[in-house]
Design a protein around this ligand. Structure first.
Ligand code: ADP
Ligand code: MG
Length: 365
């Protein structure tokens, strides 16, 4: 991350950008640096300010405070049509009475006719719609309409393309295919994208880096693997996927950046928290279900490791087996593993659960 923000000047830089509607800040003191050729995803639930942030960058809204720079240019106060930025809306906003090629040509009215025609042909080839040039949008599939909107948004070769939930209208299979296409297209164009999504899997498929938003703020930025494995809060941990949050009290530090946590059924170890916490503070240990391994409960043999638990439920899910385990104090932990182990540890079995200390993150309770 440091390399992209320090080695070369960022393409886009936001500092303290704030937008209020009435009293409430829809976007609250956002700082952000975007590199050239980067795909950055803004991830967060509905209403957290993602679209407002895009609209501020595009110039459809003006910030109440803060600055937006593109390269060396200060965009603050510049109207949308003067910014080398384009935006693709959630609804695609295609003109229903115009053909595909006229939709794509819409932003090129100032270009000579021949140049415009050549550019439209290029763009339609790029999104694989060269055979659909004369069709109307309402005769196309959802995926094709999405590609028309993309071609139109790219027509003027923006330095930055903003995409607001570009794939939500597509069904799951088409969405995955379109995500791969979009990413391949971006690599060829070498244009930077900011993509808004509320779907963590979409962020994982598309993004170089992700900014997680909550209530108008960007609360954590990183590669998806980083956010998934090292969330800085319960909020980020839960947003990126299923996670166990085991309550406990922070114990003493250990060598190797590890820390003990006392939980109801014993003691475990996890990576030291990034947050400023003291011994005895209430914490949760965040650990993903696929990181929780099960072993037999051989109490009495002396060599048993792990937390004693009982399998409450076992569900076959095709590509994995999901188990819910009850700890001694009645709290639940979810474990998921390969289907090969389907016969082992049925409901009712007494087990020991384990996970690597490095796979678990201590977070403020
Ligand atoms: P998201 O795209 O993450 O769903 P939005 O940026 O659309 O979130 O909205 C963030 C907050 O700002 C919401 O509470 C929304 O109601 C409010 N908001 C957005 N646009 C306006 C507006 N033009 N006038 C008043 N409130 C708005
Ligand atoms: Mg939105």
């Amino acid at each position: 991350m440091a390399a992209t923000t320090e080695a070369s000047a960022p393409l886009l830089r936001l500092a303290g950008v704030t937008k209020r509607f009435g009293g409430a800040a829809a976007v609250d003191a956002v700082d952000l640096a975007l590199a050239e050729n980067e795909v950055f995803c803004l991830l967060g639930p509905s209403g957290c300010g993602k679209s407002t942030l895009l609209r501020l960058i595009a110039g459809f809204e003006q910030p109440d405070a803060g600055t937006i720079r593109l390269g060396t240019q200060d965009l603050t106060g510049l109207p949308a049509h003067r910014r080398p930025i384009n935006m693709m809306f959630q609804s695609y906003a295609l003109f229903p009475h115009m053909s595909v090629s006229r939709n794509v040509a819409y932003g090129l009215a100032d270009r000579p006719r021949a140049e415009r025609a050549a550019r439209v042909a290029d763009l339609l080839r790029m999104v694989r719609l060269e055979d659909f040039a004369d069709r109307r949008p309402d005769t196309l599939s959802g995926g094709q309409r999405q590609r028309v909107a993309l071609a139109r948004a790219l027509a003027r070769e923006p330095r930055l393309l903003l995409l607001d939930e570009p794939l939500t209208a597509l069904d799951r299979a088409l969405r995955e295919e379109t995500q791969s296409e979009l990413r391949a297209l971006q690599r060829r164009l070498r244009t930077s994208f900011i993509v808004v999504t509320h779907d963590p899997e979409e962020a994982m498929r598309l993004a170089d880096r992700v900014g997680v938003m909550a209530q108008g703020r960007i609360v954590q930025v990183g590669a998806t693997a980083e956010l998934y494995d090292r969330p800085a809060s319960r909020y980020v941990a839960g947003l990126l996927g299923d996670v166990n949050l085991i309550p406990g009290r922070l114990g003493p530090g250990e060598p190797g950046g590890l820390r003990a946590v006392e939980i109801a059924s014993g003691s475990l170890r996890a990576r030291s928290p990034a947050a400023d916490l003291s011994e005895g503070d209430a914490v949760v240990v965040a650990v993903r279900p696929e990181r929780v391994a099960l072993g037999p409960d051989q109490a009495g043999e002396g060599a048993t490791v792990g937390i004693p638990a009982t399998v409450a439920e076992r569900v076959f899910l095709g590509d994995r087996i999901a188990r819910t385990l009850h700890l001694g104090d009645g709290s639940a932990v979810r474990a998921s593993g390969p289907p090969e182990g389907a016969d082992a540890f049925p409901a009712g079995a007494r087990v020991r659960l384990r996970f690597a200390a490095e796979a678990a993150t201590i977070l403020p309770a």
